[in-house]
Write a protein that binds this ligand. Structure first.
Ligand code: SAM
Length: 352
């Protein structure tokens, strides 16, 4: 039997369990392992079993389809409705770690939505029990996770806070800014939050910088840049939001985003054009290779089938066309549907 310590739990977008499993298997294989996934379509999570699990447990940042990646300690089943902790605590007590915090989560699936109130109640009871046992240590690098998959079943798992998503369920809860022209503004906000760290956001997104937004109408992505006091050239044949134009920080150009090139290099280029992903990837590579921008965030809309292969093919296009070290980061964000969001710049990622 495989030990619990060799299991991982990944939260993902419901419907993308196959891609998440494929990606975990690819990382496992690259690290010399050969595990397998247990995944039910639509469940919003993947359980991955491998003797090599420890080697890939820290790879959340490098995974496109996993919103979170946790190390499974145990699995609680048939928890009594009135006293779930009677089953959970013995599993938790079997692990010697002290925890900086404990989160009770459920998958992001329709079926699991009704577990939310239970998660909240159980979270409070769990933290109280751990405090009583003096198992909470705010300085610990480990966070305890309970992944509730049914009212009577849960994964018990651990997360190293330095290498996992700092949001329950791997989902940053963002509030829609009232002045923003479209909901897709949240996609760029989430991308900047998830794909960059605090230090990078501060250094790479400075007031007075210049940006280009390809496929900008009505202006949700442009708004994010303007909100950080960047000057933006918004390229789209569609109209831009009047309030955003009144900021004085936006030039609207009615032009083809696949042909436009800036007269002078800019700091940022963002692109939300709905097009074939390989075409977008090739165009983004051209911007980087030509030095037209230093940083880029763009969307790749995924096809119906072979979505993982398509992502790999697009990354290959980018790497090949740029032909220099490329810092490439990508996630299927909470605000992404049948798509992923990519950050890229010339250079190596380094220790993030
Ligand atoms: C999903 S919308 C962009 C929404 C925008 N990011 C926002 O936050 O409000 C895609 C936009 O891409 C534009 N678009 C598609 N193909 C284009 C092209 N070749 N050149 C310029 N814009 C294009 C469309 O007109 C559309 O406004």
């Amino acid at each position: 039997m495989t030990a619990h310590s060799s299991r991982l739990l990944a939260w993902c977008r419901p419907g993308f369990e196959g891609e998440c499993a494929q990606e975990l298997a690819a990382h496992d294989a690259a690290a010399g392992g050969g595990g397998f996934a247990r995944a039910a379509r639509g469940s919003g999570f993947v359980e991955y079993v491998s003797d090599n699990a420890a080697a890939i447990a820290g790879r959340w940042r490098h995974l496109v389809f996993a919103r979170q990646l946790l190390r499974v300690i145990g699995h609680a089943q048939q928890m009594p409705v009135r006293d779930r902790l009677s089953v959970l605590l013995p599993i938790i007590e079997g692990d010697p770690r002290r925890w900086c915090d404990a989160w009770v989560e459920a998958p992001d699936s329709d079926a699991a939505r009704e577990l939310a109130p239970l998660c909240r109640g159980l979270n409070a009871a769990l933290v109280a029990a751990l405090k009583k046992q003096q198992r909470i240590d705010r300085g610990s690098r480990w966070r305890l996770h309970l992944g509730l998959t049914a009212t009577d079943a849960a994964f018990v798992a651990a997360a190293d806070v330095g290498e996992t998503a700092p949001w329950p369920g791997g989902i940053p809860r963002l509030r829609f800014p009232r002045q923003a022209p479209s909901r897709s503004t949240l996609k760029l906000e989430e991308a900047l939050l998830v794909l960059l760290d605090d230090d990078e956001r501060e250094r790479w997104l400075k007031p007075g910088m210049r940006g280009v937004d390809l496929g900008a109408s009505p202006g949700g992505w442009t708004w994010q840049l303007v909100n950080r006091s960047l000057h933006v050239t918004a390229v789209d044949n569609g109209p831009m939001d009047a309030g955003l134009m009144a900021s004085g920080l936006v030039d609207h150009l009615r032009a083809d985003g696949f042909r436009y090139r800036p007269q002078k290099p800019v700091d940022w280029m963002v692109c939300d054009m709905v097009e074939q992903p390989s075409r977008v990837a090739a165009r983004m590579a051209e911007w980087l290779a030509e030095g037209w921008c230093r940083y880029t965030v763009f969307n790749l809309k995924l096809p119906m089938k072979k979505r993982y292969d398509e992502v790999e093919a697009c990354f290959a296009i980018l790497r090949e066309a740029v032909a220099r070290p490329l810092d490439l980061r990508a996630k299927q964000l909470y605000h992404d549907r049948e798509e992923i969001t990519v950050f890229a710049r010339l250079g190596t990622a380094g220790a993030r």
